[in-house]
Design a protein around this ligand. Structure first.
Ligand code: ATP
Length: 156
């Protein structure tokens, strides 16, 4: 369960570039984001796919998604920003709940069951990480995912 976070983020972003050629995906990272996380690779991939998929799904005219990887002493942060419809402030805390969708009627046009983010947040919780959203209605949303970095001298 040792995963090269930067490599996985690059791989997922490249997959999205291939699947959604009409979108521009930018990816910012640095030397310091070369970190090994104590997380199953497929769990990390699933978390990224859920948030990236939402960024694409809830984008409107501006088909851009900005991804950045950064670190502090304790955590790796992956930020995923879109310029889509945004989330009303009163709903931001509920989007991580099972089956919660901001616009119930949108279920018909945009698919989905309201499960993605609840799965992502449960996975992140199980690694003692954090996820939250900053959103501005009509302007877009940034999801920030924090995963603890394993201390290099810590035993497996
Ligand atoms: P699925 O079960 O396919 O993931 P979903 O997208 O509805 O369906 P979640 O991923 O759990 O479910 O998201 C819950 C709700 O949060 C969405 O219905 C949507 O209203 C809102 N949401 C999530 N990501 C974004 C985003 N990037 N921009 C705007 N709204 C979002």
């Amino acid at each position: 369960e040792r995963t090269n976070a930067k490599e996985v983020v690059h791989q997922i972003v490249n997959n999205f570039r291939m699947i959604y050629p009409e979108f521009v995906f930018t990816l910012d990272d640095d030397l310091y984001s070369e970190k090994i996380l104590k997380i199953y690779r497929n769990h990390f991939e699933q978390i990224l796919i859920i948030v990236m998929d939402n960024a694409v799904k809830y984008s409107t005219d501006r088909k851009e998604v900005h991804i950045s990887i950064s670190t502090n002493l304790k955590e790796l942060e992956i930020a995923i920003q879109d310029f889509g419809e945004g989330i009303p402030p009163e709903d931001v805390s509920r989007i991580f709940h099972r089956f919660y969708r901001v616009d119930k009627a949108r279920a018909r046009t945009k698919g989905g069951n309201g499960l993605g983010l609840s799965i992502a947040s449960k996975l992140i919780d199980s690694y003692k990480g954090r996820i939250f959203a900053e959103s501005s209605l009509g302007k877009g949303t940034i999801f920030r995912i924090f995963i603890p970095i394993q201390n290099t001298d810590e035993k497996e």
